[in-house]
Design a protein. Structure first.
Length: 119
């Protein structure tokens, strides 16, 4: 049995807990899991996720907060993250991470840091 859980309170309390069998984990659709890893596969997209994990942000705020290239490049990065269900559009011009995805996304970053030798 595998599992993870977490509680965060960046913009309001979010708690998540899941347990899943190792065999069932290995049977998850590879296209879906690969799309999530691919979306997180660029430092600029990871930085966008780090900003949005702390709360929703407008495109203008994101543009000011990091070196994400042109506005077209930023929109493309947001499109990739949205297609992978990591980021969601909130209102007309804001983006965020759905509360139900926040802990799993942070766990992905934590696991990547662990595998990469940062922990």
């Amino acid at each position: 049995m595998l599992g993870y859980s977490g509680s965060v309170d960046f913009t309001g309390p979010v708690t998540w807990n899941i347990a899943y069998s190792a065999d069932a984990t290995l049977d998850l659709a590879p296209e879906t899991t690969a799309s999530v890893f691919a979306a997180l596969g660029h430092p600029a997209r990871v930085e966008i996720v780090r900003i949005l994990a702390r709360g929703n942000a407008s495109v203008a705020h994101l543009q000011e907060s990091g070196d994400f290239g042109t506005s077209g490049q930023l929109y493309n990065r947001l499109k990739i993250l949205t297609a992978a269900s990591i980021v969601t559009k909130v209102g007309r011009n804001d983006h965020g991470i759905a509360p139900t995805h926040l802990v799993p996304v942070l766990i992905c970053l934590l696991a990547a840091g662990d595998i990469g030798g940062l922990l």
